[in-house]
Design a binder for this molecule. Structure first.
Ligand code: PMP
Length: 420
């Protein structure tokens, strides 16, 4: 849209290269953590001037802090299109949100989850009966696998856990379609939006999703705060996630009555500045959705087309080469170890990427199954609001040169891991 602009990100530092030059850091690791938005930093600065105890003190600054904290909750609710029956719980991150949800499931809940998920989404349910669906090849295949598992489920309480976008391939999942299949059979759906929230609009009602979780540090707020938003009934009936002050309604000598609502699971003094930061990030993205989406779809196309055009580079996808994706691409370079690719990009070009299995071992093993036995890891580039066309050009030129003629300088592997 024309009346929105790409929210400004705190300027990247200039970083040294092994050629003795300083270059502007090109951050291609937005999928792990994003730099802060200028507006997020300003909101935190402002809230820092008055921060004080929340929900307990009557002092003026306490009242302001409590207001900031609750206003942050309202912004998160708006960001995901929360319904009346939903509550917004502040957590530490997506991992924490799903662990809270896992502990809040009614007894005998069965969980259905795709093997493609990030470990934060795959593993918290291990104490429950869990069905792991194999890596699907198409959207239709994903739906068929899910429907089959739902038919076989024997419990009356079933939770389907899905992600909105893959942290490995960036591909968007057909969430509304899968959620409709789950709902039709009486199951609830939890959405991992860690890789979606920064890129695409989330609307719980339209998607047909019961719970959503994401992390502040992947949407241009600092570390330490995430959210779980969703139906209040299970959460209100569950044991408090963090038993302690603030989570109680009444404490007697022999019994404790716990709060309902978000306070039940937010025992202890809350991270007010973290909540302010997440809310400021949500507001900036929500208000500039058109500009964010067009910036990212341009980057995504340039990255995917550019990398695919390089001889010796192979890119990976779950649903096929044409699947729509966030600006995230995972690839390998023929005959160059993935950890060396990322070392070269950093040392010679000032480009930050990630290599390995990206906390999604089952998916990466499956994507690399057709490769030579010694190719067990890949490189991931993930762009975002801090990415410029110059960064993309620099990355593509660096990868092309590496694929054609190897590293520009000699590297030595240290301890079988890093490269110097
Ligand atoms: N899900 C996905 C898809 C992710 O990419 C990540 C982070 N890499 C997580 C969950 C976990 O997020 P956090 O580390 O903030 O808990």
């Amino acid at each position: 849209s024309t009346d929105t602009t790409v929210p400004a990100v705190v300027a990247a530092p200039r970083v040294p290269t092994c050629h003795g030059t300083l270059v502007e850091y090109a951050n291609f690791d937005h999928g792990a953590s994003t730099p802060a938005l200028v507006s997020v930093k300003a909101a935190v600065d402002r809230a820092t001037q008055t921060y004080s105890s929340v929900h307990r003190g009557q002092g003026w600054t306490s009242q302001v802090s409590s207001h900031y904290y609750e206003a942050a909750r309202d912004e998160v609710a708006r960001f995901v299109g929360a319904r009346e029956s939903d509550e917004v719980v502040f957590t530490r991150n997506t991992t924490d949100s799903f662990n809270l949800l896992a502990r809040s499931l009614p007894r005998r809940t069965q969980v259905i989850v795709f093997a493609t998920e990030h470990h934060a989404t795959l593993l918290p349910w291990e104490a429950r009966r869990t069905t792991r669906l194999p890596v699907p090849l198409t959207h239709t295949d994903a739906e068929a696998l899910l429907v089959e598992a739902l038919k076989r489920a024997t419990s009356s309480s079933v939770l389907v856990v899905l992600s909105g976008a893959s942290n490995v391939t960036g591909e968007y999942w057909p969430v509304a379609r899968l959620a409709a299949a789950a709902r039709k059979r009486g199951a609830r759906v939890a959405l991992d939006a860690a890789q979606l929230a920064g890129h695409r609009r989330i609307d719980l009602e339209t998607l047909g999703v019961d719970y959503v979780a994401f992390s502040g540090h992947k949407i241009y707020a600092p570390y330490g705060t995430g959210v779980l938003v969703g139906r209040a009934d299970w959460l209100d009936a569950a044991p408090p996630y963090l038993a302690g002050g603030g989570a109680t309604a009444k404490v007697g000598p022999l019994s404790t009555t716990w709060q309902t609502g978000p306070a039940r699971h937010e025992g202890g003094s809350p991270n007010v500045l973290g909540a302010v930061a997440v809310a400021a990030a949500c507001a900036a993205i929500r208000e500039n959705r058109g500009a964010v989406e067009s910036h990212e779809s341009r980057l995504s196309t340039r990255l995917v087309d550019g990398l695919r055009a390089i001889d010796g580079v192979e890119t990976f996808s779950i649903f096929g080469a044409d699947a729509e994706r966030a600006p995230v691409v995972t690839f390998t370079v023929e005959d160059v170890d993935s950890s060396l690719v990322s070392a070269v990009l950093s040392a010679e070009h000032g480009i930050g990427v990630r290599d390995g299995k990206f906390c999604a071992h089952l998916l990466v093993d499956s994507l690399l199954a057709d490769e030579d036995a010694d190719v067990t890891t890949a490189v991931r580039v993930s762009a975002g609001l801090a990415t410029t066309d110059e960064h993309v050009d620099r990355l593509l030129a660096a990868v092309a040169s590496l694929a054609a003629s190897g590293p520009g300088v000699a590297y030595e592997q240290v301890d079988g891991r890093g490269w110097v």
